[in-house]
Design a binder for this molecule. Structure first.
Ligand code: UD1
Length: 425
């Protein structure tokens, strides 16, 4: 990681983006599919897996558990060969780099009757508790607690189906409970379950392994446990957050981008907001096109679990409002730490006042290039977009965050006409 940690994005603005981009598979789906492959002995094959740093970290984590993992960059295909008896302990040195590593907890526990997973790291965007994960596994009959920086869970006699109700539709907790319940005895229900397309993709993957799941994409998921699952082959769904990032980029730069592979049905609210800002969005044969020919109108936004406005696109919404005509309010309801990057954006001349989980934004016609630092994946991508609508040069330091979630980001931007480069020390 040390080489990538000194990586910056150099952005020359202002720019107008025009052309087409092809979407990669969804990071937040691929990582969970990889973890869930642990549920069956043998070789699982995943197509459309993005070549990003987080996939490499998850691959290393699976290798540390005894799996053989191969990635073919040219075909974006990843294979995971899972041994009969994988190790049950996921160590801190790998887990700390990736929030999604907590997703190995459910599969290891339900298959092996025991699991020890270091408390995960990942983006610094909030407190990101694990209480729903732990409570859910306890409801399924496990002994689970956290001790010396690890979640330790045991279920020597296996897990048993239960009715589980989440206080908040947590994506990670829904996934961990679902992947544990597929091999539990009897029926499990998850009420107030997350409805994100990533959760649906994981559920479809589990079904192709032989799991019995109903209600995917709704708030009530029902899982009937089976005794064994088989390895499978699955294609990861396209990345809706990357698609949304390109859509915001088109609107901010008064550009015209066709997003090949983009699913409008996964981005209903964000695209509706962009239309309010003045964009024209049309469906194409293989995706959708976002066109803008004026300065955007300011748009009010409140983040919420799916199908609400995604918190992962909140930085892009703030960046758009920073150069929009008018005033707006962006409210963050999912992660309390997600306004950290606003101070960086203010260095570019944005006029923003943060009060608790509200950001009041007064749009200015143009920003002014300056050095800034990425604080997480999406904030990093947002700051690169802000650089595109700034006069002069913007250096986004700690650009390794961006590489964790976006395949060939600088290359794609150059294809669309921007002057952007990745600089390593
Ligand atoms: C996932 C995504 C992340 C996205 C988020 C919300 C991955 C790797 N990450 O994160 O990009 O922004 O969904 O769409 O898929 N919470 C608790 N206790 C818990 C679990 C969650 O209090 O046990 C809280 C969190 O602190 C947060 C909220 O619930 O405030 C939502 O978190 P959750 O949906 O679990 O997000 P992640 O799965 O971590």
């Amino acid at each position: 990681m040390s080489a990538t940690q000194s990586l910056s994005y150099e952005v020359h603005g202002p720019a107008r983006l025009e052309g087409s981009v092809t979407l990669s598979g969804a990071k937040n789906s691929a990582l969970k599919l990889m973890a869930a492959a642990l549920l069956a002995t043998g070789k699982t094959t995943l197509h459309n897996v993005p070549g990003i740093a987080d996939v490499e970290i998850m691959s290393d984590l699976l290798r540390s558990l005894g799996c053989t993992v191969d990635y073919e960059n040219s075909t974006q295909t990843l294979s995971i060969d899972v041994p009969e008896n994988p190790a049950h302990r996921a160590e801190y040195n790998l887990v700390r780099k990736l929030r999604a590593s907590i997703n190995v907890l459910g599969p290891l526990l339900t298959r092996l009757g025991k699991a020890e997973v270091a408390l995960p790291g990942g983006d610094a965007i909030g407190s990101r508790g694990l209480d729903f994960h732990i409570q859910g596994l306890q409801d399924l009959g496990a002994q689970a607690h956290s001790e010396h920086g690890y979640v330790i869970a045991t279920a020597p006699d296996g897990l048993k189906g239960a009715n589980i109700s989440l206080n908040f539709p947590s994506v990670g907790a829904t996934e961990n409970i679902m992947t544990a319940a597929v091999l539990a005895r009897g029926v499990t229900t998850i009420d107030n379950a997350a409805r994100e397309p990533d959760v649906v993709d994981l559920g479809e993957f589990l079904k192709s392994m032989g799991a019995k799941i109903e209600g995917l994409g709704t708030s009530l998921i029902t899982i009937t446990g089976v005794s064994k699952l088989q390895p499978t082959t699955h294609t990861t769904l396209p990345d809706r957050i990357v698609a949304g990032t390109w859509a915001f980029a088109a609107v901010m730069t008064q550009g015209d981008i066709t997003i090949i592979g983009g699913r409008e049905d996964h981005l209903e609210l964000p695209l509706e907001k962009l239309v309010q800002a003045g964009a024209v969005i049309t469906t194409t044969s293989n995706g959708f096109r976002v066109k803008m020919d004026r300065r955007p109108h300011a748009i009010d936004i409140a983040t919420l679990p799916y199908p609400g406005f995604p918190t992962d696109l909140q930085p892009m919404a703030i960046c758009l409002n920073a150069i929009a005509e008018g005033q707006s309010m962006v409210t963050e309801n999912v992660f309390e730490g997600r306004f950290m990057f606003v101070n960086e954006l203010k260095r570019l001349g944005a006029n923003i006042t943060v009060d608790g989980h509200h950001a009041a934004i007064h749009g200015v016609p143009v920003l002014s290039g300056a050095p800034v630092a990425a604080t997480d994946i999406r904030a990093g991508a947002g700051l690169v977009l802000a650089g595109l609508v700034s006069e002069g040069i913007t250096i986004v330091e700690d650009g390794f965050h961006v590489d964790r979630g976006y395949t060939d980001f600088a290359e794609n931007l150059r294809t669309l006409g921007a002057k952007v480069s990745r600089i390593t020390d």
